[in-house]
Design a protein around this ligand. Structure first.
Ligand code: ZN
Ligand code: ZN
Length: 149
């Protein structure tokens, strides 16, 4: 949408009530959302974070079909390259990815399983402590009590 089109849309829609869209975020979505929120500035509300993201996406998306994250499917070995590991660990200072968890990571979890994605890109890696790694794999509903960093 061009800037003019956005302005016209806002003008046309003025006076109408906001649309309520309810979306349940799964674990991967929570993780990605919190990562992006942190990058955009921690003081933002969820709504403002989403607004910024949508604006940036509107500007940046040129090929709607390119959903792949960098490095997708390019890795031949199950072994995570050291630089990718380092970058993933930098995001959490070596700790577990869960927000209130202060434990050091015990395992680097693949958000999209390696067996399916063959993807060791840092965006697909999530450092987790032993307990939370088990939680994620067992999809224990307890994990909903926790928030990701
Ligand atoms: Zn895992
Ligand atoms: Zn943990």
């Amino acid at each position: 949408m061009s800037k003019g089109a956005v302005e016209q849309f806002v003008k046309d829609e003025r006076g109408k009530t906001d649309e309520v869209v309810k979306i349940e975020l799964d674990l991967e979505m929570q993780f990605l959302f919190h990562q992006l929120k942190k990058k955009l500035g921690n003081g933002l509300s969820n709504k403002e974070t989403l607004r910024k993201l949508l604006r940036q996406l509107t500007e940046n998306i040129k090929e709607p079909n390119s959903k792949k994250i960098p490095g997708d499917g390019n890795y031949k070995s199950r072994y995570i390259p050291i630089n990718n590991k380092r970058m993933a660990l930098q995001q959490t200072s070596g700790k577990c990815s869960f927000e209130r968890c202060t434990k050091p990571h015990d395992h680097i979890h693949h958000i999209s399983p390696y067996s399916e994605s063959k993807n060791h890109h840092p965006k697909n890696l999530m450092p987790l402590c032993k307990e939370h790694h088990e939680l994620v794999h067992n999809k224990d509903p307890l994990y909903l009590k926790y928030r990701l960093r």
